[in-house]
Design a protein around this ligand. Structure first.
Ligand code: ZN
Ligand code: ZN
Length: 234
């Protein structure tokens, strides 16, 4: 009920919500948290997911069909939530309206479902300068900074040298081709990197960034994202 109400009102509550109150329903929040127990329970948790790409899988399977046939360059994906309902709204508020409250909530939700290892450094998904200027900020970099501070892990930055046209209309293979050579490292990165992103859509960006990191000398790359778009809904 509370969540439905929130959905009808849109994301405006995030901007009005005060510390101490649930960002989703404005009931008193759990101590030190941005949410109440009921809303936390109702979030679209990504409970049965492919170990490698985070896409939902049937019970009992650890890898999806895509990863079995054509595995990506990254080893695992930790994405605790599905990109649906209130989480979609939260990401939208964060990304397109630069709401720091929405960003902090996403970072807090990520910390509830952390990956098994943080690796040697966090790697935000870089944007081209032109793209970052239009948007005003890079949401992946912002999240990586918050998580890096909290978990005491340094950040490593790659550079995006190719701006790709919108990926939305492309299929999996086209997206991969579109992104080939898009990222470069100015200096060799540490051995184990953890890519930080808000939403994993097809994994193509993570794959291209992981390829660049492995080419530059990294030994292993994993992904830690707030949410995953189920491929069936992409
Ligand atoms: Zn609530
Ligand atoms: Zn998979």
């Amino acid at each position: 009920m509370a969540l439905k109400q929130w959905l009808q009102w849109g994301g405006h509550l995030f901007k009005q919500a005060m510390p101490g109150y649930c960002a989703f329903c404005l009931a008193p929040a759990l101590a030190g948290r941005g949410w109440c127990a009921t809303c936390l329970d109702e979030l679209p948790w990504n409970l049965l997911a492919c170990r490698q790409c985070g896409d939902p899988v049937p019970h009992g399977e650890s890898l999806c069909g895509h990863c079995l046939i054509d595995p990506p360059a990254f080893s695992t994906t930790q994405a605790g939530l599905l990109y649906q309902g209130v989480i979609k709204q939260l990401v939208h508020d964060f990304k397109f309206q630069a709401s720091p409250r929405a960003g902090m909530l996403l970072a807090e939700l990520m910390l509830l479902t952390p990956p098994t290892t943080m690796g040697d450094a966090l790697l935000p998904v870089p944007m081209t300068t032109a793209h970052a200027c239009t948007r005003g900020f890079n949401q992946s970099h912002w999240l990586a900074e918050q998580l890096g501070k909290t978990c005491d892990v340094p950040l490593v930055n790659a550079r995006r040298v190719k701006d790709s046209p919108s990926q939305r209309t492309l299929n999996r293979r086209q997206r991969a081709a579109n992104l080939a050579g898009a990222f470069v490292f100015e200096s060799p990165p540490p051995a184990h990197l953890l890519i930080i992103d808000d939403v994993v859509t097809t994994g193509s960006t993570g794959h291209a960034l992981a390829c660049a990191a492995l080419d530059a000398g990294a030994k292993r790359v994993d992904i830690w994202a707030a949410a995953r778009t189920p491929l069936s809904q992409d």
